[in-house]
Write a protein that binds this ligand. Structure first.
Ligand SMILES: Cc1cc2nc3c(=O)[nH]c(=O)nc-3n(C[C@H](O)[C@H](O)[C@H](O)COP(=O)(O)OP(=O)(O)OC[C@H]3O[C@@H](n4cnc5c(N)ncnc54)[C@H](O)[C@@H]3O)c2cc1C
Length: 488
């Protein structure tokens, strides 16, 4: 039976950040994730904005963590070798009501400690980006863009290198505590088999299922409402026209309608819209919403054309709310004597990516204050990502091929991903061997053809490197086999 000092349930950006921060200490740490990779929930289904923190109630956990997370991100990106660009943001307006809302949120931002915001006219907007929609704007220089998938993978890999064990495909289904020993017994389904895991501490980072885990731990079942948002991904041809995220002026509740955001890889995301869903993992895209995104997206990014669309996706913000008033509540991070050795995080919706490390530090400090652990002398905050061939100069490409011939073999033509990168991804520290796991680590199959050319080649490389049959290679989930047998 596996035994740990601390078990973290959920390997989204928050669970991975908690794992990374906990690995600074001498604890045995396990992370349980029901999917076959990290970042399979909302941590990969979002805009990837490093938010500045001007829409959150002053003094709230959202406001405090967003500003803290924003300020430190240049250092974090360097430590974890993740792509990040402090682009700034244009929050644009068309009407007098928009102007009033912008002024209101500028004031809130200043109270939260957001620096450098200014209201600007069309001329200055044009200097910043002539392709932004809107008649005037609030310019927010501290906002930035990151790749939330790469960021979560990097946090998890860094934790793993510092000694954390990730149990992927392992779902927590029950939790009991033995009062005498003080150990929690976590009933799990691990690759379809029932297994018990024991731990002294549990940290709930289960995202969309955080209320269920909260209840298992003996805390209340906190009601949450799902605000689903759909997105369009635009081709890199569109990316040439947009250098900065363009958001509409927030509404009275601080929410944003559809925005246009450049990605770290040169695409543009249009979305999300927002509507209520009950289903915890309802990620399907719908025609009705896609049409709406096109209309609203054009207001932010008039250069948008339907021919730029290459795919779509959706995410769900699980917001905690007060059932009596309907009011949306702050992030919840709690721990108390009635629920010994637990840290409970619920309602970590947007800006959860920006806030992940500040939330993690708060969660970890609760454990450290109780346990007084020794520091992990081997801890390193650094982790190296996979070197990207397409980002190299011609000279660097030549040298890379000279040193390793696999850089000379292109596997994904759209994104120029080489065999060397695919092999490095297959041998990732977390032991992820799904096709999407390789895609998410390298960008192979994320281009215009969406894997039509390279997916079978990636499968063949997984087969060879992992010594498995092609019928055993999974696309993304348990049982998502791509091949069922030979046809000729
Ligand atoms: C449309 C949208 C746009 C957003 N835009 C931004 C943005 O631009 N910037 C920003 O900062 N934030 C943004 N956010 C918010 C951000 O994406 C989330 O706050 C963040 O990803 C939450 O991370 P998490 O780790 O709590 O949850 P998740 O990423 O959902 O991870 C929870 C994990 O727990 C696992 N799990 C659940 N139950 C169990 C169980 N019983 N056993 C084992 N594993 C379990 C799940 O499989 C999942 O992997 C956005 C969110 C959405 C939906």
């Amino acid at each position: 039976m596996d035994m740990f000092d601390v078990v973290i349930i959920g390997a989204g950006v928050v669970g991975s950040a908690v794992a990374r921060e906990l690995s600074r200490y001498n604890f045995s740490i396990g992370v349980l994730e029901k999917e076959l990779d990290v970042a399979c929930g909302n941590s990969s289904r979002n805009t990837g904005m490093l938010h500045a923190g001007f829409t959150y109630k002053p003094g709230s956990l959202k406001a405090l963590c967003a500003v803290e997370g924003n300020r430190e991100f240049d250092r974090v990106a360097e430590e974890l070798d993740v792509p990040f660009h402090r682009t700034g943001k244009l929050v644009v307006g068309f009407t007098e009501q928009d102007r009033k809302n912008l002024l209101k949120y500028k004031e809130i931002g200043e109270r939260n400690g957001v620096e450098g915001m200014e209201i600007i006219g069309k001329d200055k907007m044009n200097q910043i980006d002539p392709n932004a929609g809107g008649e005037f704007a609030m310019y927010v220089p501290s906002s930035g863009i990151l790749d939330p998938m790469q960021y979560t993978i990097a946090l998890a890999e860094n934790a793993c290198l510092n000694g954390v064990r990730f149990l992927l495909g392992c779902q927590a289904v029950s939790i009991d505590r033995d009062k005498e020993s003080g150990f929690y017994s976590i009933g799990t389904e691990h690759h379809g088999e029932r297994k018990e895991i024991r731990s002294r501490w549990i940290v709930n980072c289960a995202g969309m299922y955080a209320s269920e885990i909260s209840q298992m731990l003996g805390y209340p079942y906190y009601p949450v409402k799902g605000f689903k948002g759909e997105y369009y991904v635009l081709d890199k041809k569109a990316g040439k026209y947009l250098s900065i995220p363009v958001y509409p002026a927030p509404n009275d509740r601080g929410g944003f309608a559809t925005h246009a955001t450049p990605t770290m890889d040169g695409n543009v995301l249009v979305g999300p819209d927002s509507y209520i869903t009950e289903d915890r993992e309802d990620y399907k895209a719908t025609k009705e919403h896609m049409d709406g995104l096109f209309e609203d997206g054009k207001k932010m990014f008039p250069q948008m054309k339907r021919e730029y669309f290459i795919r779509n996706f959706a995410g769900i913000r699980w917001k905690r709310y007060d059932p009596d008033t309907g009011e949306i509540l702050d992030f919840l991070l709690e721990a108390d004597e009635d629920h010994p050795c637990t840290v409970n995080l619920v309602g970590i919706e947007s800006p959860g990516v920006t806030c992940a490390l500040p939330l993690a530090r708060r969660a970890v400090s609760i454990i450290v204050q109780k346990e007084h652990p020794e520091p992990n002398q081997q801890f390193t905050p650094f982790r190296k990502g996979i070197r990207r061939f397409y980002e190299m100069t011609l000279e660097q490409k030549g040298k890379a091929i000279e040193e390793n011939g696999d850089f000379g073999e292109i596997v994904c033509r759209c994104e120029s991903v080489t065999k060397a990168e695919i092999l490095e991804a297959i041998h990732n520290p977390l032991g992820v061997h799904t096709v999407t796991g390789i895609k998410n680590r390298t960008r192979a199959s994320m281009g215009r053809c969406q894997g039509g050319y390279c997916e079978t080649r990636i499968t063949a490389l997984i087969e060879k490197e992992c010594g498995v049959l092609e019928t055993q290679v999974r696309y993304n989930k348990e049982h998502s086999y791509i091949f069922t047998g030979k046809v000729r």
